[in-house]
Design a protein around this ligand. Structure first.
Ligand code: C2E
Ligand code: CA
Ligand code: CA
Length: 730
């Protein structure tokens, strides 16, 4: 008859539970290791692969061993060392296989085909080899349905393993922690079930004896093995967690390092507003360009570009507008620069173009003209059209000096271009560097002069009636007596005051001082009209009319005695803003005069809108009057135009009799110039006015005051009778 199954369903509950726990724990650690073998660090990953396979094998094997020991055998048992060893090796093989597959995405996707059967084969082989370690006589009786069940469950273990591993790829423990525990319990149970079925698949007939009593055995040994594997698994798990954290931190660190590095690189190289190179990059490119130039005996050129009148645009249209304009400028400059050239922005509205390719002076000048043309085309920004010009300083290397000074010298040349009126380029000359130094020093001294009220004064130059020769008023002109350098021209220090932000206070002082002087003259019985020059920067001061009014009140000066002279180009720089200020000034009844007329580009329609009373023809036209017919016809046209607009015309810079005669003939209302008087201090002017010829600081030519010569106004008369309004011209 068939063998009586001896294998009773008697299990030692503690060992059984221990076995199940081991199965679950192994699965948990295995899932952790499946993540580790995907580590970015290939050496680490390989280490985890080898170590992990061993540890998983150990876990599976001890779980299996415990499971076997859990049975209460009806005969004395011990396990054959060779077979036990073989089953251990097979356990490691299937653990390694599982780990290896968990790394192969392609294999994982078809886990059912090879990976799961592979792992199942490993597990089954491990299991039945382990059973063989129990050498018995007369032999095993197979329970085939249970064999089949064990095969099915082994396959299920494999399949389940590969189905769940992809869930645990990331390192988001918070998300996966719970899942991992659940998956491990499931896996552990299936594994144990497989083992259980495997045990059921074997039975022994009665009278069976174990032949391997000299092999491994004893409860204490199994407990030891179980403990050892728990220890190994635990340390593995801890190491795995630590490694995970370390890797996570390392990955995080390297990511943020990369980000910071990229950011630094960008910040260090690119001008944030325009995307052009910044100063650092420019200097770097310059160094390299000079190296190459020296090596091949070539030249390089550097253009230093500064926009003319950018600040008032920025001030009146807003910084957003200014920024957009700068971006458009940058774009045009980039279009001018050729491949290999560097275009950089190195300050507010300052740009540099570094020209490679062996340029000489004429080709550098050509690029400069291209830059001027490019920037002169109207810009369309935020629905407005703006036209710009620029001043360019040019240097050549090696012609214009050592590397360390190139940019500074190009800057000095640019400043020279700007001082010459802007909208041009200048090549560096030696004197320019001194100019830059000088202006920095002058600015410092001017500040001090303003604080100490020392060295600054106003001089007054008369304006003469073109028909009667009477004095119609004076123009106040600022003078600065420098303690060491002597007299400094306002054409030099006023632009410096503008550049260094001193013009507001200086202009205020001029207004105050003029009013004080008018009051003093009034106390002497003299009503003198005074014309005060306004800088374009003062026109941008919204509180200018208030300042003027305050000064008028303080010195009790009637506003009709004050005229403000504003150059045509200043008035045109921001026509709308100028118009607002002019309107407010005319509301307080001071008058307005357009200075240096003919040098700007005013439109007739705009001129008509201005509440101006007077127009001053620029000196350059007057000076050409007796030499060039062109000048004469221009002056004639201007006078006609001004009269048509109801403006009176002043000719400035009248130096000769001939000029005077022409101007009178053309119907010019007022004349001003060295022919009559140079600008004088207030007390000199008084003496001159009283007819003291010695007090006249200057006569243009010997017979300037002779018979039939210049008009000899009856000064006493005109100065001591109230100023008459100009007679209308026919
Ligand atoms: P501007 O307003 O055109 O002043 C006339 C300039 O021509 C004065 O030069 C005057 O001395 C000079 N001038 C007068 N008659 C003749 C002449 O017959 N021949 C020649 N060659 N020159 C003559 P100055 O005093 O050196 O002033 C130069 C410029 O400085 C002025 O030109 C004006 O733009 C500016 N300026 C002077 N004082 C002030 C001031 O208080 N405020 C402002 N914002 N600018 C001032
Ligand atoms: Ca003037
Ligand atoms: Ca003038």
């Amino acid at each position: 008859m068939a063998a009586t199954p001896l294998l009773s369903p008697l299990y030692d509950p503690v060992t059984t539970v221990l076995s199940v726990v081991l199965a679950v724990y192994t699965a948990y650690v295995a899932l952790d290791m499946a993540k580790r073998v995907r580590s970015a660090d290939s050496v680490l990953a390989r280490g985890w692969m080898v170590g992990g396979g061993f540890i998983m094998g150990l876990g599976i094997w001890s779980m299996h061993f415990e499971g076997m020991v859990a049975h209460e055998w009806p005969f004395a048992v011990a396990y054959d060392g060779l077979w036990s060893g073989l089953s251990f090796v097979l356990a490691i093989a299937s653990g390694s296989w599982a780990l290896w597959v968990s790394k192969q995405d392609a294999w994982l996707r078809r886990a059912w085909l090879i990976p799961a059967p592979g792992m199942a084969a490993g597990l089954l082989a491990m299991h039945y080899a382990g059973m063989m370690a129990l050498k018995v006589s007369p032999g095993i009786t197979w329970q085939w349905p249970w064999v089949a069940a064990s095969v099915g469950l082994a396959y299920a273990t494999g399949l389940l393993t590969f189905l769940v591993t992809p869930w645990f790829r990331g390192e988001r423990r918070a998300l996966y922690g719970g899942r991992q525990a659940g998956a491990s319990v499931l896996l552990g149970l299936v594994l144990f079930a497989m083992h259980f079925a495997g045990m059921k698949a074997i039975s022994y007939p009665a009278g069976t004896v174990c032949l391997s009593l000299d092999g491994l055995g004893g409860h204490s040994l199994t407990v030891l093995i179980a403990l050892a594997s728990v220890l190994v698994l635990t340390s593995t798990w801890v190491t795995s967690r630590l490694d995970a954290r370390h890797q996570k931190r390392a990955a995080h660190l390297s990511q943020s390092l990369q980000r910071a590095d990229a950011q630094l690189q960008r910040v260090a190289q690119v001008d944030g507003l325009t995307g052009l190179a910044n100063r650092l990059v420019l200097e770097d490119h310059l160094t390299r360009a000079i190296h190459r130039a020296e090596e091949h005996h070539r030249r390089i050129a550097l253009l230093y570009i500064d926009l003319d009148g950018f600040k008032p645009i920025n001030d009146s249209f807003g910084h957003h507008f200014g920024d957009n304009l700068l971006r458009s400028v940058a774009q045009r400059l980039q279009e001018v620069g050729r491949k290999g050239d560097t275009v950089a922005r190195i300050g507010g509205d300052e740009f540099v173009v570094l020209i490679n390719g062996n340029p000489d002076a004429s080709s550098a000048a050509l690029v400069a003209s291209r830059v001027k043309e490019a920037l002169h085309r109207p810009f369309e920004v935020e629905g407005r059209e703006v036209t710009l010009s620029c001043s360019i300083g040019a240097v050549l290397y090696p012609d214009h000096g050592p590397k360390g000074k190139l940019i500074a010298r190009a800057d000095a040349a640019m400043t020279a271009a700007k001082h010459s009126g802007g909208n041009m380029h200048c090549f560096y000359e030696e004197r320019m560097e001194h100019d830059v130094q000088r202006s920095v020093e002058l600015q410092r001294d001017l500040r001090r002069a303003m604080e100490d009220r020392d060295g600054l004064s106003l001089h007054y130059q008369p304006k003469i009636d073109g028909r009667t020769g009477q004095v119609m008023g004076v123009e106040a002109l600022l003078r600065w007596q420098h303690p060491e350098r002597g007299s400094i021209s306002p054409t030099e220090f006023i632009p410096i005051a503008e550049r260094f932000g001193l013009i507001g206070r200086l202009g205020q002082w001029v207004i105050d001082e003029s009013c004080r002087q008018i009051q003093q003259w009034m106390q002497m019985g003299l009503r003198m009209r005074v014309a005060i020059n306004l800088s374009v920067h003062q026109l941008r001061q919204a509180d200018l009319p208030d300042q003027v009014q305050a000064a008028l009140q303080r010195y009790e000066v009637p506003p009709e005695l004050i005229t403000f002279e504003v150059t045509e180009s200043a008035a045109m720089e921001d026509p709308q803003a100028s118009l607002r200020i002019f309107d407010r000034l005319s509301q307080i009844h001071v008058s307005l005069s357009i200075d240096d007329f003919g040098t700007g580009y005013s439109s007739l329609s705009y001129l008509r809108k201005l509440p101006a009373r007077q127009l001053k023809i620029d000196r350059s036209f007057v000076q050409d009057l007796d030499r060039e017919d062109d000048a004469r016809s221009i002056v004639m046209a201007v006078i006609k135009l001004a009269h048509a607009l109801g403006l009176e015309v002043v000719a400035e810079g009248v130096e000769t009799q001939a000029q005077q005669d022409i101007l009178r003939e053309l119907g010019c209302d007022q004349l001003q110039g060295f022919l009559y008087a140079k600008p004088m201090a207030a007390d000199t002017l008084q003496q001159w006015a009283l007819g003291d010829d010695d007090a006249r600081p200057h006569d243009v030519d010997a017979d300037g005051g002779g018979e039939g010569g210049a008009i000899r106004p009856d000064f006493r008369d005109s100065l001591f009778t109230p100023d008459e309004p100009p007679r209308p011209q026919p």
